[in-house]
Design a binder for this molecule. Structure first.
Ligand code: BEZ
Ligand code: FE
Length: 315
């Protein structure tokens, strides 16, 4: 039981039931930590903690980390924390630029299930994407060049999936998400719709543009300091879900962008690069709901979901 000691709160955990040596040299410090990690009640927590201690301590020892370097790292992480708000996730951005998000995705969703490949979520997903009907637009007027995106959601055996949810979000043609504008009143360039009885979906959006990930915070400074650019190739985000199927988080990347091979966050997979067709037909533009002009880009692509049972078997 926790209780106060001289007015401060002692958490009540007793001394470890084994001897620890005085931590007066590097290896004794690591040994003590490893012994203490054995007290963690959850087996997976214990495994993760022991691995973390092993690699973290090895990093400090192998690099002979200086006190100044350590302090610089603490200040950097503090700044990452201070920059994070309810609509700006600088920690996620740090994970993204360090390739950790891409690694977690690659390990958890290896190819070979026959489904559309996944990629990272990124820090710009929100919970307030509005519901739209088939054929409607996720973008308000004037946000960029028109694009229509359509296809079917299918199971990996080819069966159409009706009533699947498709959520999509992208930047405007200036490369900014709605959440990056200080005067944001409601969601824009975001929407959620359901497939029809034959698994079809279709909605209006804008042609994605390449954009820089936020460079005005500590993660941006880190990239500059190590000589890395902060560009992402053009893409549109999708989350596709249906009961009984593994949730798919992915992006489509229209081909031809110069940043495809050097994405700042390592999130491009070859199978996610798509073709855009140019349509120049006024009647077709009206039919698809575009309010003006006669041309738009067409992205046609089916999305394949993997049944949960099949996904579990192969993991
Ligand atoms: C994005 O695509 O929205 C994104 C992903 C990782 C970092 C920054 C942005
Ligand atoms: Fe994005």
């Amino acid at each position: 039981m926790s209780h106060e000691v001289h007015g401060a709160l002692y958490n009540g955990v007793p001394k470890p039931p084994f001897e620890l040596s005085y931590p007066d040299n590097p290896d004794a410090i690591t040994d003590n930590l490893m012994k203490l990690a054995d007290l963690a009640p959850d087996v997976r927590d214990k495994f993760l903690l022991k691995n973390l201690i092993t690699h973290l301590h090895a990093f400090v020892k192998e690099t002979s980390l200086s006190s100044d370097e350590w302090l610089k790292a603490i200040k950097f992480l503090t700044s990452v924390g201070h920059t994070t708000t309810n609509i700006r996730q600088e920690f996620m951005l740090l994970s993204d630029v360090m390739g950790v998000s891409a690694l977690v995705d690659a390990i958890n969703f290896p190819p070979g299930h026959g489904g559309t490949e996944s990629t990272i979520l990124g820090p710009f997903h929100t919970d307030d994407a509005p519901d739209i009907e088939q054929g409607q637009s996720i973008a308000s007027e004037g946000k960029g060049e028109y694009m229509y995106i359509e296809g079917r959601v299918l199971s990996s055996d080819g069966t159409p999936i009706s009533n699947a949810t498709i959520e999509s979000w992208e930047t405007d043609s200036n490369g900014y998400y709605d959440t990056q504008y200080v005067n944001r009143e409601k969601a824009d360039l975001r929407g959620r719709l359901r497939t029809d009885k034959d698994g079809h979906f279709g909605f209006r959006a804008i042609v994605p543009v390449a954009y820089p990930i936020p460079g005005d915070g500590p993660v941006g400074q880190l990239l500059l300091a190590v000589g890395r650019h902060n560009m992402r190739p053009n893409h549109i985000h999708l989350i596709v879900e249906a009961p009984g199927f593994r949730k798919l988080i992915t992006m489509f990347y229209p081909e031809g962008d110069t940043w495809l091979e050097s994405d700042a966050v390592f999130a491009v997979k070859k199978s996610l690069v798509v073709k855009l067709q140019e349509v120049n037909d006024e009647a077709e533009a009206r039919k698809r709901g575009f309010p003006k002009g006669s041309s738009f880009k067409l992205l046609q692509r089916d999305v394949i979901l993997v049944p949960e049972k099949q996904a579990d078997l192969k993991q």
